[in-house]
Design a protein around this ligand. Sequence first.
Ligand SMILES: *Cc1c(COP(=O)(O)O)cnc(C)c1O
Length: 385
Amino acid sequence: MGDTRSYGFETQAIHAGQPADDQTGAVMTPIYATSTYRQDGVGGLRNGYEYSRTGNPTRHALEECLATLEQGARAVAFSSGMAAEDALLRVVCRPGDHVVIPHDAYGGTYRLFNQVLSPWGLDHTPAPGDDVDAIVGALQPGRTKVIWIETPTNPLLGIADIAALAEVAEHHSALLVVDNTFATPYLQQPLTLGAHAVVHSTTKYAGGHSDVVGGAVVTADRDLGDEVARFQNSTGATAGPFDAYLVLRGLKTLAVRMERHCDNAERIVDFLVSHDAVGKILYPGLEQHAGHVVASKQMRRYGGMISFRLAAGREAALEVCNRAQLFTLAESLGGVESLIELPATMTHASVAESPLAVPDDLVRLSVGIESIDDLLADLEQALAS
Ligand SMILES: *Cc1c(COP(=O)(O)O)cnc(C)c1O
């Protein structure tokens, strides 16, 4: 097979880092369930493999595939998205440094900054990610090492202008890190817009089947990626071979899944727009969405996540979550099955009463790839009062 970088996205997702197995011709990357590797004489490593914390062929295949899909220099696969975020921040920052984070960051990301990295000595300032001037205002010259953004954000679906913020970061000698979990490299490739690193919770769309927890860092610069890998080897939060296999398997269908997630989400937005019980709808594909123009510039389509407020307030939002049947009441997102949740009391409970608190009448949908008529019927009955 030639250099997979010259292939289209769908081809890369299926083939990058995944040549047929040398030994057997197996078309699928084997799950290398081994902790150690026989050496051909002392120090005679085969393909560099020595011990599986340091390197494992299944994990390596996943890393090659992710690096290719994000058009990065190197990817490192972790045991969770949080482990990936923590590793990147500890590689790039030192105690005494400062980071700008988005107002409505993923709850776990906020908790990492607030409860783990703050005591370690890393300061952070929340700023609205969709407001470049506000982010510039939150920078502390000489101290700010990272501008951290999510786009679209969770759960408010705010859009940050990646190219504009990459310029700001460059100007202030900081790194722009983009959490690309919601968009995935199929819908948006931050490294091609100037971001320095991308993080993923591969638990979500990358894995896509709600059967694995994993994470990844992808860097534009190989040296930075190598440093993250060294940090991971020293601290140990690697993706296990079976987990790496599950994500690799999920990636093969990422493009077709994302197309259907987007198709279904667009149909559901159309339905919600005309429903009396529904208040504000947050979906970057809507023309009246504050980030619509930027989203159209940097995303292929607008994704499978929708949040909306209930005109009648929190009780009504609770009712909708409890009445939904096909939409399963659960945290997480990005799987083939549709999920519904109340962020203020579920995924975002940890940011209640912080600057990152979300409205208590907000319902978040992770739109799956089931038959659209069944999804619409379920929302119709859940919204009926
Ligand atoms: C889930 C999630 C994370 C954390 O990932 P885990 O795999 O749960 O550790 C980080 N960022 C976003 C946007 C997420 O949705």
